[in-house]
Design a protein around this ligand. Sequence first.
Ligand code: NAP
Ligand code: ZN
Ligand code: ZN
Length: 361
Amino acid sequence: MDVKSPEEEHPVKTYGWAARDSSGVLSPFKFSRRATGDDDMRFKVLYCGICHTDLHFIKNDWGFSTYPLVPGHEIVGEVTEVGRKVTKFKIGDKVGVGCLVGSCGSCEGCSENLENYCPKMILTYANTYHDRTTTYGGYSNEMVVSERFAIRFPENLPLDGGAPLLCAGITVYSPLKYFGLNKPGLHVGVVGLGGLGHLGVKFAKAFGAKVTVISTSPSKKDEAINHLGADSFLVSRDPDQMQAATCTMDGIIDTVSAVHTIMPLINLLKFHGKLVMVGAPEKPLELEVLPLLIGRKTVTGSSIGGLKETQEMIDFAAEHNITADIEVIPIDYVNTAMERLGKADVRYRFVIDIANSLNAA
Ligand SMILES: NC(=O)c1ccc[n+]([C@@H]2O[C@H](COP(=O)([O-])OP(=O)(O)OC[C@H]3O[C@@H](n4cnc5c(N)ncnc54)[C@H](OP(=O)(O)O)[C@@H]3O)[C@@H](O)[C@H]2O)c1
Ligand SMILES: [Zn+2]
Ligand SMILES: [Zn+2]
C-alpha cells in the first residue's frame, strides 16, 4: 500500500506543533490539509485553548494516543474559503471548532443532535477521518472542517476568551442542563477550579444556582468568591470543612483530572443528589455503594455536547458575558504551559495566540 507522509497525503501544505511520543514534548511539525470539499470550509486559526485533555493525549495517559499528535480542540478562526454547498458561513466569518470534526450522521445519537455520543464520532485530533487520514488539531496555522462541525462565533464574544468555551464551556454547560441543575436556587458544587471548573462556576451562577467550589488549592478561595462569583469555598483536604457541608448540595460537577476520592463528595449531596463526573482521571476511582443507597444518589458522567447545544451554549455565553479567564501565550511557551497545567498552575486557561506566534516550520 502506498503510505504517504503527513506532509504529502493532502494537497495543501500546513504546519503546527506536534508531540512525537509520550514524553509529550511539542515541537514544530510540517503536515498537510485536504482541499476544501463541497461541504467544507477552510479557516485561518487565530486562537486555540489548551485543554487538560490535550495534556492527557500528548502523554498518552489513556493509552490510545497516536503520534505525531497535533493537539488543540478549542479553536477559533476566520473563514478563508468555503465549499460550493456551504450555506452557513462565508469568507471572513469568525468560527469555532471544538472536540468533534465528524460523526456517522445516521445513528440515534446523530439524529438527536448528540454527535458527541455517536459511536463513530471523529475527534478533532489523533483520530481517523472519513478519508482514513489522521486528524490534526488546532495548534496549527489553518484547518478544514465540514460546516456541520463549525460553530458560529457571536460578534460580541472575544475570540481569545471565547475559545475555551468550545470544549471546557460545553462540557460543564451540557450536564448542568441535562441533569436539571440549571434551576434557580439549587445548590451546585464544582470540584476542581481549573479550565472546566471556573466556567462551571460562571454558568451555574448564570443559571441562578448557589455555587460552592470544592478545591485542593486554598489560594484560589479569594478569587473564586470575589472574582468568579462563587458563594462559598471548601478545601477538599480539610475534613472539618467537608463535614460541615454534609448533605447540602443538589448536584456536583467533578472536573478533577487526576485520581481522587469521591466518597467525601457523595457525602456532600442531599438525597437524590447527583455527582456528575466530567474530569477523566487515567485510573479507576473507588466507589462505595452503601452511601448511594442511603439517599438514592446518582454518580454519572457527561462528555462535551452536540453541535446544536454547543451553538446554544456559545450564544448563551455571549448574552451573559461569559468568557474564560485566560493567560494568552505564544506557541513557543506551550511546553512550559503544559508543565504548569499539570501542576494546576493556571488561572484559568492558557490560550495560544496562534496567528501572532506560529511561524512556518
Ligand atoms: N467530559 C468531557 O467531555 C471533558 C472535556 C474536557 C476535559 N475533560 C477532562 O476534564 C479534566 C479537567 O480538565 P481541565 O482542562 O479543566 O483541567 P485543569 O485546568 O487542569 O483543571 C483541573 C483541576 O482539578 C484539580 N486537581 C488537579 N489535580 C488534582 C488532584 N490530584 N486531586 C484533586 N484535584 C485536583 C485542580 O483544581 P484545584 O486546584 O481547585 O483543586 C485543577 O485546577 C481533565 O481530565 C480533562 O481531560 C473532560
Ligand atoms: Zn477539551
Ligand atoms: Zn452517529
